[in-house]
Design a protein around this ligand. Structure first.
Ligand code: FES
Length: 574
């Protein structure tokens, strides 16, 4: 009798039995139903590898998940395991009302509870579209069953009139040209069929690419997996190898909590700076870390930005796309450049350290996608944490995607009190706005909208865009797509809907931004702010039922990753 079939072995089909008050009966019943699926006793005695099926007909970024599952199953069976796929919520950015961020924690709960509820000795997580990788890692981190991640991979690029196009940096750039009248209605319709030419995730350094690279740096993915295009045969070979490795993980018992350590998060944060990654990446890494009881130090993150310049020449900060990064050697090429700053002893899902994986990677070659530290894309790191009287608990700017001349700026506030207010007035011909003003959006934070939508990329008012204005300082408590660009301050905390100073800004106030000093300040005296505070009330009533109520009651501010407090390993005191 193998260990797996001993009555006391908490593995395989014996794991997490449904409770009927008689464990042997529970097992007997479970076997009766699983045998209805046609499995033999031999198959059922193997290590069981769960596979999260995150396919959805609403999610083009996960269009290749069925193919990946086949490859993962092949890898599992070649290694002697039994693969069992199970459904998990799937979320696409454009098909999640009010925003995918509102639903990320729901997906994390789904992942955690289904990994825990069903018998599996290890689990393969299939992520891709922006919120799915963080949600899966949050859930798997909390469930702490041996887990390994793979991703759907980036899309290949499209083309229009000889110009290479990619979602969604070029979506925004070309839409901006359409708003300014340079691209007509017929052409923009034609372009909509070319921006996302196939399966996979946005192929610029957006949130999906950022999280895939950070997850690989975190040690949760087999080397090389982050950048392989969705349609590349290597993507299937990586999936097969992931399935095989999952069987070994089941035997070794290596858990996410042993991989996602403080040192591993430092590596992921360092990579986030070096790739000029999405601002969303920071929120998600903070949330994943919170599941494992790891607190990320924002001052340390800023210091990493000073030490580690942006090396990856990808849109929106640079010019290339993810398929180019794959051809240039993927994450290994980046890790090799910054290895002197990495925690190379951190264990990865391979069972070896990150340092050993860097040494084992194929040697580098002459290419122009990953620059050497001596010749960076942007000196001073991609992201900068800001604090000041307007953001006592923090804010964030992607300085690598900003206009250098606006990184130190003082201007007059032009305030929009909500997304609806902005939609109504932004393009009004009589809007009192000039190019050196600061556009302010309130009530678009975690609770305000709700769900902290990617509305921080406030469009340039039509009349200024038509006059050739390309960038302005724009500030909000919202998030921004990683594919967007501009001098945009995000994640202001506390948010306006919680009564933060952002809620007290009025038209005509002076606002000072100084990115080098890490400051964002509202230049209004305290007596006036106290008077305004007296007259402040929340923008809307608390929801009364459903997931929206749970979200409202539990969601934390951006500096805590917008996780639900009760899902953290160590909930914050109220
Ligand atoms: Fe899915 Fe961009 S919409 S990754």
């Amino acid at each position: 009798m193998s260990d797996r079939t001993k009555p006391d072995a908490q593995t395989g089909m014996r794991k997490g039995l449904a409770q009927y008050g008689d464990a042997e009966f529970s097992l007997f019943l479970r076997k009766a139903f699983i045998k209805a699926m046609g499995y033999s006793d031999d198959a059922l005695a193997r290590p069981i590898i769960g596979i999260t099926n995150t396919f959805s007909a609403y999610n083009a970024c996960h269009r290749n998940v069925p193919d990946l599952i086949e490859a993962i199953k092949r890898g599992v069976m070649l290694a002697g395991g039994l693969p069992l796929e199970f459904p998990i919520i799937s979320m696409h950015e454009s098909f999640s009302h009010p925003t995918s961020m509102f639903l990320r924690n729901l997906m994390a709960i789904d992942a955690e509870e289904m990994i825990r509820a069903q018998p599996m000795d290890a689990v393969v997580l299939i992520g891709g579209c922006d919120k799915t990788v963080p949600a899966l890692l949050m859930g798997a981190g909390s469930a702490d069953v041996p887990a390994i991640l793979t991703v759907t991979g980036p899309m290949i690029t499209g083309s229009h009139k000889g110009e290479r196009l990619g979602a969604c940096t070029d979506c925004r750039r070309l839409w901006g040209q359409h708003r300014a009248g340079a691209i007509g209605a017929d052409e923009i319709e034609e372009i909509s069929g070319k921006l996302a030419p196939g399966p996979g995730t946005c192929m610029v350094m957006g949130t999906a690419s950022t999280m895939a690279l950070c997850a690989e740096a975190l040690g949760m993915m087999l080397p090389g997996g982050a950048a392989i295009p969705a349609v590349d045969a290597d993507r299937l070979r990586h999936a097969e190898a992931t399935g095989a490795r999952a069987v070994a993980l089941a035997a070794e018992g290596l858990r996410p909590s042993q991989i996602m350590t403080a040192g591993a998060f430092d590596n992921a944060l360092r990579v986030l700076q070096a790739i000029g990654g999405s601002t969303n990446g920071l929120i998600h890494l903070v949330a994943i870390a919170g599941r494992l009881g790891v607190e990320l130090d924002m001052d340390k993150f800023d210091r990493m930005g000073v030490e580690t310049p942006v090396l990856v020449d990808l849109k929106p900060s640079g010019q290339h796309y993810m398929e180019d990064l794959h051809r240039a050697g993927g994450l290994a090429a980046i890790l090799r450049e910054i290895s002197g700053h990495l925690e190379t002893q951190s264990l990865t899902v391979t069972g070896r350290t990150l340092g050993q994986e860097i040494d084992a990677a194929p040697p580098g070659w002459e290419q122009d996608v990953v620059r050497p530290v001596s010749r960076p894309i942007h000196q001073g790191g991609g992201l900068r944490v800001l604090r000041g009287s307007l953001a006592p608990h923090g804010a964030l700017i992607k300085q690598a995607a900003a206009t250098p001349a606006l990184l130190r700026h003082e201007g007059r506030a032009v305030v929009f009190s909500s997304l609806a207010d902005m939609a109504e007035r932004l393009d009004a011909p009589d809007l009192d706005v000039k190019a050196d003003d600061v556009l302010v959006l309130q009530n678009a934070g975690p609770k305000g909208a709700p769900g902290m939508p990617e509305a921080g990329y406030i469009p340039i008012p039509r009349k200024l865009a038509a006059a050739g204005v390309k960038d302005m300082v724009r500030i909000s408590d919202a998030r921004m797509s990683g594919t967007a660009f501009g001098s945009i301050v995000l994640h202001i905390s506390p948010e306006a809907a919680e009564g933060g100073p952002l809620a007290l800004v009025r038209d005509g106030d002076r606002i000072a931004l100084d990115v080098a000093a890490g400051r964002i300040d509202l230049l209004v005296d305290e007596a006036e702010l106290a008077r305004r505070r007296q007259g402040w009330s929340p923008p809307h009533a608390a929801p009364e039922r459903g997931y929206k109520k749970l979200y409202w009651d539990e969601v934390l501010q951006a500096e805590h990753g917008c996780d639900f407090n009760f899902l953290r390993k160590h909930p914050l005191p109220r």
